[in-house]
Ligand binder design. Sequence first.
Ligand code: ADP
Length: 154
Amino acid sequence: MSKKTAVFPGSFDPVTKGHEDIVKRALPLFDEIVIAIGQNSTKNYFFPLEKRRAFIEAAFTGEQKIRTDIYDGLTIDYCRKIKASFILRGLRNPADFEFEKSIAQMNRAMAPDIETVLFLTAPELSAISSTIVRDIIRNGGDASPFLPVRVKLK
Ligand code: ADP
């Protein structure tokens, strides 16, 4: 049987305990998970790309089945390039559901051979978002409770 690879695409600006939870729970289902940082030229990021990558690598140190990559363009094109048949995403609330449903259905229309797998957030992590974490950091607060234990901002 061919290797089962899933892509977890996102901005990860920065990676949070919510992202970490989704990846860890998805691990038993796949042979490999590629955490893929999407480079969208119209978006302004808070952390530079290499920092975002370093945080993810720190969070998942020692996990043989996980690797980190960077891509631009359509997620489905990236999946085809690395021969991944699954896209992983997380659902925190109804807004995420509506958003993820549209993306998943558009991706399915373009690439019926790639399946989107949606994970419901662990309830205690459902309030965590990279946006709020960035606000905490900008305002000098302590964001560490919301970050994977091995992610050190300084
Ligand atoms: P994007 O910019 O593509 O939304 P993010 O890095 O914000 O990228 O999120 C990537 C994925 O992780 C999305 O599917 C998002 O719903 C999910 N996610 C974000 N925060 C959480 C959380 N606290 N729990 C579960 N999933 C989450």
